[in-house]
Design a protein around this ligand. Structure first.
Ligand SMILES: Cc1ncc(COP(=O)(O)O)c(C=O)c1O
Length: 473
């Protein structure tokens, strides 16, 4: 006999979501829609609202029969070819369709890699020894908190932050020295070297592109001096404003990739640049034998294994809708692929939004971490450290916290500020602690989550709320 269950209580579900950003997305979408401007979640409405609905979906039939059937979990040949062609342009380096493997989101693509790198190379294949459970993964911090789920929860690797400086002339700058320092420190402490380096380029939450010279330096050291693999998460690769001081360089365009393609793996997906976060579609790009076998499946008698994508597929509905996006042409008779149009237009929209929001932040005196001319991807990394510990003059403002999972060592003043802005200004920002920021007081603002006028209104409200805060005597 089964116990009868009552109706689903959304508030209980919220309390059970361990990912802070996903919990906020759930809260704002299902529990308290329209109560705040939610700039905490990395989403992008710009492309959809500008062109995707009218140029693609308005012309797409409901559902042809082909798409009710089973399809290749890692993407059928056509989809893989179309994505390879798209990425060849974005990475400015050739991407072979046979090296592209679809999954149910980049979070899943990362998890697939974490499992696949634990498989040994075959005799005759070059490659370092396979990773093992408990091996360390270096991640420059702050970093997207989802890496913890992808690498730790099931593959059982261990995320180790490379803590970037939060003050001084090198504030939040990545250097090879910082990576080396953590690499050797980890060895001193645990007697083993880390086995994987993960770079997010452009970065989340800092937005910046890593320069080619820096990347060549880091990759050369990793390849020549260590046993580490590198995963380059390039999910924001099209999120580029005009005239960025440091242009985007993909891992596949580096000379290191020519020398050691078996050590370098890239992920990308439709969630950010195309704004299709709910579609959960990501891709692994890798030439490495163990990764390719894990993604395709293996038929050998001793090691029959199903494709990792079978557990996290690009299903037929995704094939259908993404196929429509990838195959639509615009501007007359087959003259331009919609994806080329959309990404060109996205750059214009992103640049305009970025400039408008940046100017408003400056006008309202809200500080953010950015060197003039740096790429933002979809974010401003706000520096609200000046407000830590301040309170409204009456000191009486009580903040109703949400039932969200915080790290045990979360800074109480940062959390108070998060709740204060969420309730007083009705604007939700992502606290830096969620992203393993080494110091409290930094918040991520995603400026593509709404049209720029709404983001500017949110900034005005945040500024007013911050202006009320004083040091209590
Ligand atoms: C750097 C990075 N990688 C991966 C993801 C997750 O992508 P997906 O939604 O396709 O799983 C995100 C989402 O925020 C991200 O910021």
């Amino acid at each position: 006999m089964t116990a009868s269950t009552g109706p689903i209580e959304p508030a209980e579900l919220l309390a059970r979501i361990p990912d802070f950003e996903q919990a906020l997305a759930f809260y704002h979408r299902h529990l308290a829609p329209d109560t705040a401007i939610d700039l905490s979640v990395a989403e992008n409405v710009l492309v959809y609202e500008d062109s995707m609905q009218k140029m693609v979906f308005d012309h797409t039939a409901l559902l042809p029969e082909t798409y009710i059937h089973y399809m290749s979990a890692y993407g059928n040949p056509r989809l893989r070819e179309e994505v390879a062609a798209l990425l060849t342009k974005a990475f400015d380096a050739p991407v072979a369709a046979g090296d592209v493997f679809g999954t149910g989101g980049v979070g899943s693509a990362l998890e697939c890699l974490a499992f696949a790198l634990q498989e040994p190379p075959k005799p005759g294949e070059t490659g370092p020894p396979p990773l093992e459970e408990g091996d360390a993964v270096l991640l420059p911090a702050p970093y997207w908190q989802g890496f913890n789920w992808s690498f730790e929860q099931r593959p059982k690797l261990k995320c180790v932050p490379v803590r970037l400086p939060t003050e001084g002339p090198e504030r939040f700058l990545l250097t090879l020295e910082a990576i080396k320092e953590e690499f050797f420190k980890y060895h001193r402490l645990f007697g083993e070297f880390p086995r994987l380096l993960v770079l997010t380029n452009p970065h989340n939450p800092l937005g910046v592109n890593y320069g080619k010279e820096l990347l060549e330096e880091i990759y050369a050291w990793v390849i020549d001096e260590t046993d580490m693999h590198i995963i380059s998460d390039e999910i924001y690769c099209h999120s580029q404003v005009d005239g960025a001081r440091v242009p985007f360089t993909g891992a596949l365009a580096l000379s290191a990739y020519e020398r050691a393609p078996e050590r370098i793996h890239v992920v990308w997906g439709f969630a950010k640049d195309f704004g299709l976060s709910g579609f959960r579609t990501g891709f692994v790009v890798s030439k490495y034998g163990p990764v390719q076998r894990a993604m395709l499946g293996t038929t050998g008698i001793e090691e029959k294994k199903h494709s990792m994508s079978w557990f996290t597929p690009v299903d037929s509905l995704k094939h259908y809708v993404l196929g429509a996006i990838l195959e639509t042409t615009v501007n007359g008779a087959g003259s331009e692929l919609y994806t080329d149009y959309a990404m060109r237009r996205y750059r214009e929209l992103l640049t305009a939004s970025f400039e408008r929001v940046r100017d408003r932040l400056v006008a309202r005196g809200i500080e953010f971490v950015q060197t003039e001319g740096d790429n933002p991807a979809q974010f401003f990394w706000l520096d609200l450290t000046d407000y830590l510990g301040k309170r409204p003059p009456e000191g009486a403002y009580t903040v109703e916290p949400l039932p969200l999972a915080h790290a045990a060592d979360a800074d109480p003043d940062e959390l108070w500020l998060f709740d204060y802005l969420r309730t007083r200004a009705e604007v939700t920002l992502l606290p830096g602690e969620t992203m393993h920021c080494p110091a409290p007081g930094f918040f991520r603002l995603c400026f593509t989550a709404y049209q720029p006028e709404v983001v500017c209104e949110a900034i005005d409200r945040v500024a007013e709320a911050l202006e009320e805060l004083v040091v209590l005597g």
